[in-house]
Design a protein around this ligand. Structure first.
Ligand code: 6PG
Length: 470
């Protein structure tokens, strides 16, 4: 390698790393990549046009020595042990003031441990969620960094240049200390799971009850994407439904096995929501539905054992209107659940998150980008202490205008035997969240009856126990 010093280093030249480092180089930063695989190193050098701006190596020491101080090194490698190994390989060559950024979907408590370990050695560690897939990494992702506030200033120019732009505003900002960035990315993914589940249910209902074919469905999603439902996931769904099968007749979507895989971020969101005591049933259901989808053999067996009601006859045009409204309603509820968890986590883990800023950096580049996020960011700007967006009057108005259709669509699905677990969970969460009085008084009575667990009263302060039916 030449004696040139580079502005930015990246470890892991897989698709994401290769694309992200080229994106950074596009913005007039000199960059150097590191990978154990010589082919990936050669491929990056070639993609950089064999210029002085883009270089790469397989040697850790050479890589670190080629970066100008303070060194800014980003890891784009699979979460888990590989991240620890990469940090351990780099650490002997790092100096005080250097910055290491983990751009993967690492579990937030892992980031806390790594940050504390490197801080002792004078190195700043960032957990920075990167969303937008391979295309986003190349053209502009949404970046969610957490770590030392002062050290962020060194990486800010690179991130702001490489990030997606929403009306010229970069979709990146310093979010908070330690694992704040990884936590925000985890919630992003939980919401992503919820929205994907909801879209799949509406697709199923329109097909089975509405009798729409792939062309009709693609057109409907395409039209919705031109309105208030405008979002990346709706947009790609319209395209997916049009894609022909290049290995046979018909559309590809109809040939894909109905078993959804998962890498774990949705499950982590649900697990941590339980720890925090925050209800996110639509995200929980999205995880459960992927698990049910995996039970293919049992599902096929059970399908033959049980009768299913006939689809209720409906007017197609009316069903499309109802479905768009039901989807809009349940999207709002899903964002509400994920953001509620984020607010609680911000308090519990001292992240001091600015929720308006989180919603702003999700408006472009990431998988859950949607027109709705502009409304959500405004709701937090107007009321920074908002704890659940369902309590924001402008969003409550949107909910009021669409909830009736959610009720109708779900009733149709129930009568027709179409599983709408995500849509129903959003509706039932809403019904419960907006009930001034729930029947959980009875649960308290039962707990006190069989276990003397005590209860509180609505008309008197204190803790009570009753000798029931004695
Ligand atoms: C993103 C995505 C990405 C995630 C995939 C796959 O923001 O670009 O969230 O980080 O890895 O969506 O996730 P699952 O395999 O769990 O579906």
């Amino acid at each position: 390698m030449s004696k040139q010093m580079y502005d930015f280093g990246l470890v892991g030249l897989g698709v994401m790393g290769h694309n992200f480092i080229l994106n950074v180089a596009d913005h007039n930063f000199t960059v150097c990549g590191l990978d154990v695989d010589q082919k990936k190193v050669d491929s990056l050098i070639a993609a950089g046009g064999n210029t002085e701006k883009v270089n790469a190596t397989t040697e850790v020491e050479t890589f670190v020595a080629s970066l100008s101080a303070p060194r800014k090194i980003m890891l784009l490698i699979p979460a888990g042990k590989l991240v620890d190994r990469a940090i351990q390989n780099l650490q002997p060559y790092l100096e005080k003031g250097d910055i290491v950024i983990d751009g993967g979907n690492s579990y937030f408590t892992d980031t806390d441990l790594r940050e504390a370990w490197l801080r002792e050695k004078g190195v700043s560690f960032f957990g920075a969620g990167v969303s937008g897939g391979a295309e986003g990494a190349r053209r502009g992702p949404s970046i969610m960094p957490g770590g030392n506030r002062e050290a962020y200033e060194y990486i800010r120019p690179v991130f702001e240049a490489a990030a997606a732009k929403f009306k010229g505003e970069p979709c990146v900002t310093w979010l908070g200390p330690r694992s704040a960035g990884n936590y925000v990315k985890m919630i992003h993914n939980g919401i992503e799971y919820g929205l994907m589940q909801l879209i799949s249910e509406v697709y199923d209902l329109l097909k089975k009850v509405g009798g729409l074919n792939n062309d009709d469905l693609s057109e409907a999603f395409g039209q919705w994407n031109n309105g208030r439902m405008q979002s990346f996931l709706i947009e790609i769904t319209a395209g997916i439904l049009r894609q022909s099968d290049d290995r046979g007749e018909g559309r590809l979507v109809d040939k894909i096995l109905d078993k959804a895989k998962q890498k774990g971020t949705g499950k982590w969101t649900s697990q941590n929501a339980m720890d925090l005591g925050i209800p996110i049933p639509t995200i929980d259901v999205a995880v459960s539905m992927r698990e049910i989808s995996a039970l293919k053999e049992m599902r096929v067996q059970a399908d033959e054992m049980y009768d299913r009601p006939k689809p209720v006859a409906t007017d197609q045009a009316n069903l499309l209107t109802l479905a768009e409204e039901a989807l809009y309603f349940s999207f709002i509820v899903t964002y509400a659940q994920g953001l509620h968890q984020l607010i609680e986590a911000s308090d519990s883990y001292d992240y001091e998150l600015d929720l308006a800023a989180v919603a702003r950096i999700w408006r472009a580049g990431c998988i859950i980008r949607a027109a709705l996020l502009d409304d959500i960011s405004k709701a937090f700007e107007e009321k920074p202490d908002l704890r659940n967006i369902l309590l924001s009057p402008p969003l409550a108005k949107k909910v009021g205008e669409t909830i009736g259709s959610a009720r109708e669509v779900i009733a149709l699905g129930v009568k027709s035997g179409v599983p709408l677990a995500g849509l129903s969970s959003a509706l039932n969460y809403f019904h419960a969240f907006t009930s001034g009085r729930l029947p959980l008084n009875l649960i308290q009575a039962q707990r006190d009856h069989f276990g003397a667990h005590t209860y509180e009263r609505i008309d008197e302060e204190g803790i009570f126990h009753t000798e029931w039916n004695k």
